[in-house]
Design a binder for this molecule. Structure first.
Ligand code: ATP
Ligand code: MG
Length: 567
């Protein structure tokens, strides 16, 4: 049993217009860049991708698809100390899983190191860059503030020859880390602090995961990023709002070097309630063992939500619905779950599982007899059928029985009759307790006339319960998840780990109907009345399944949408 994933694009038949699409449409119509559209997704390989990255991926690949263009995957790997091959591999896996294809356009900023060095030399020759001997602290102290201008470095007016010589010797490894930096010579009094002679190159005697020990100077992100876009011929450099102040710097670099200049467009990053979307914080969750790793199903990483049971279709739908804006906002976590329910309601097979089993003995059901019910995997869609055995001893959910029913409780209680889903009506006759007074078993009778869930006299029962046959049930670990944080905006707390939800994971020993024994890792279904579940990618084995709950069936977001007159 596997769940086939639809190809990207199918889930979004008519995409609403947003300001970026409008902008790109304008540029293609006016013939800017020859009508060409090339975007890129440029992750730094210093962590796993999260839901915020999904927004950026969907936006970039969605734009190029819409305008008949292409999207590159480029690793902005300019900071060797924090980067790892594991991250590179996980990022490629996650982009593909989300349904996007960079084809043969896989690039690394590190592949451009030689050319970037050349651009730096070019800028030195034009008198637009200089080697600064100040310490990092001095540079910081001389940068000024938002109100006060910065102070020129005493090394700012070095000759071109001296700068060329020093920069070459930086590359040759003559100086220790931090001894010198190459800076752009722009304006220490600029109201935009980004333009106050930013660093272009720093000395770092660190091994790089791709270039090895070839380099001991590395370009700063801002310098490498804009030239990488230029080298590739990217037409629209889409990025998040915090880079708006950097746009004049990027334009300055490319103009001074006299090279091709893409159009940068900024949009608001995704913020999600009850979660953190910052790699630094996610790394902390992993390193401090607060979660079991990057792919813990409670993590907002793509590998986490995939393991939890989210589909790429649901994530693409989510990214489409949240839209793209220029104002920061926070999206309700409930919307994400809503998108998953909408997708899985259509596509997930149904099955029965009992999470907290209570034994039920049907007194008048013949010993040794088994009814083999033939149920469809889905009530409306053709997903095939499975056999569900019914026998004298069953399990129902502990929650579905009350010795003293509260008002309005229509499930099982002494003397009450309920329907066992698709099978028979049963009536509770007796409650069996252990010495401590705990309910351990119910003695019930069934009505043989009610086979299939109705009776010839048409009598009504209000409650319908799910069940499994005790003799045929398979034991399985089932993991129920809740929000990882108790506060809506954990990032605003002094220490975001102070509001970790202590009940974010509950592990149960459940009883499953036997047809679920064959679940392949990653297979998703609905456990009737309980939610959508996914066989765990790592721990589930055919014959010994482990299921994660991806989402409950209760949909608070759907209700909000209905109230607001949405679909
Ligand atoms: P963080 O600051 O959260 O660690 P980042 O921006 O440093 O993330 P990158 O690897 O540089 O991570 O991100 C790659 C791309 O994804 C960038 O273009 C960035 O703008 C985009 N991106 C990152 N976080 C979000 C977000 N929350 N919403 C939308 N886009 C995002
Ligand atoms: Mg970044």
């Amino acid at each position: 049993m596997t769940t086939p994933d639809k190809a990207a694009g199918e889930a979004v038949p008519s995409a609403p217009v947003n300001f970026i699409r409008a902008r790109v449409a304008e540029d293609t119509a006016s013939g800017k860049y020859g009508g060409r559209v090339m975007t890129r997704f440029p992750p730094e390989p210093n962590g796993y991708l999260h839901l915020g990255h999904a927004k950026s991926i969907c936006l970039n690949f969605g734009l190029s698809k819409e305008f008949g263009g292409v999207t590159n995957l480029r690793f902005d790997d300019t900071n060797p100390a924090k980067e790892e091959v594991e991250y590179v591999e996980s990022i490629m896996r996650d982009v593909k899983w989300l349904g996007f294809d960079w084809e043969d356009r896989l690039y690394y900023a590190s592949d451009y190191f030689e050319r970037l060095y050349g651009f730096a030399v070019e800028l030195i020759k034009k008198g637009k860059a200089y080697v600064d001997d100040q310490t990092a602290e001095e540079i910081r102290a001389n940068r000024g503030t938002l109100k006060e201008p910065g102070r020129n470095s005493p090394y700012r007016d070095r000759s071109v020859e001296e700068n060329l010589d020093l920069f070459a010797r930086m590359r040759a490894g003559e100086y220790p880390d931090g001894a010198r930096v190459l800076r752009a010579k722009i304006d220490m009094a600029s109201p935009n602090v980004v333009l106050r002679d930013p660093a272009m190159y720093r000395i770092k005697h660190v091994h790089h995961h791709r270039t090895g020990d070839k380099w001991c100077i590395y370009p700063m992100y801002d310098f490498a990023h804009c030239f990488s876009d230029s080298i590739e011929g990217v037409t629209h450099s889409i990025c998040t709002l915090e880079f708006e102040n950097n746009r004049p710097l990027y334009d300055w670099f490319l103009e001074q070097a006299g090279v091709y200049r893409p159009q940068q467009i900024e949009f608001a990053r995704l913020n999600l309630t009850h979660t953190v979307l910052s790699k630094r914080k996610l790394i902390q969750l992993v390193n401090e063992g607060i979660t079991t790793g990057w792919d813990d199903p409670r993590m907002p990483t793509l590998s986490g939500v995939r393991r939890r049971g989210f589909t790429p279709e649901a994530l693409r739908d989510f990214c489409e619905r949240i839209g793209v804006a220029r104002a920061d906002s926070t999206v309700e976590y409930g919307l994400l779950e809503h998108c998953l329910r909408e997708d899985l309601n259509e596509r997930a097979p149904r099955a029965m599982a009992v999470l907290r089993p209570l034994k039920v003995v049907i007194e008048n059901y013949p010993e040794g007899q088994v009814d083999e019910f033939d149920f469809p995997w889905h009530p409306e869609k053709d997903m095939g059928r499975r056999t569900v055995p019914f026998s004298k001893v069953l399990y129902i959910e502990q929650d579905d029985f009350r010795e003293v029913p509260p008002k309005g409780f229509h499930r099982l209680y002494p003397g009450n009759e309920v329907r066992l889903r698709y099978a028979y009506y049963i009536t509770c006759r007796e409650v069996v307790k252990d010495e401590a007074g705990n309910i351990v078993e119910l003695r019930c009778t069934y009505d043989p006339e009610s086979k299939g869930g109705g009776t010839p006299d048409g009598r009504k029962v209000k409650g319908t319960l799910h069940w499994v046959s005790a003799a045929h049930a398979i034991d399985a670990e089932v993991r129920l998840y809740d929000l990882l944080f108790t506060k809506p905006n954990p990032g605003a707390e002094e220490d975001f780990t102070s509001c970790i939800n202590p009940n974010s994971l509950e592990v149960l020993r459940a009883k499953l109907e036997p047809a679920l024994a064959g679940a392949e890792p990653g297979w998703r279904c609905q456990f009737e009345r309980l939610g959508y579940f996914c066989a765990d990618e790592k721990d589930s084995k055919p014959g010994a399944p482990v299921f994660n709950r991806a989402a409950t069936l209760k949909d608070t977001w759907g209700k909000i949408e209905k109230k607001q007159g949405g679909k």
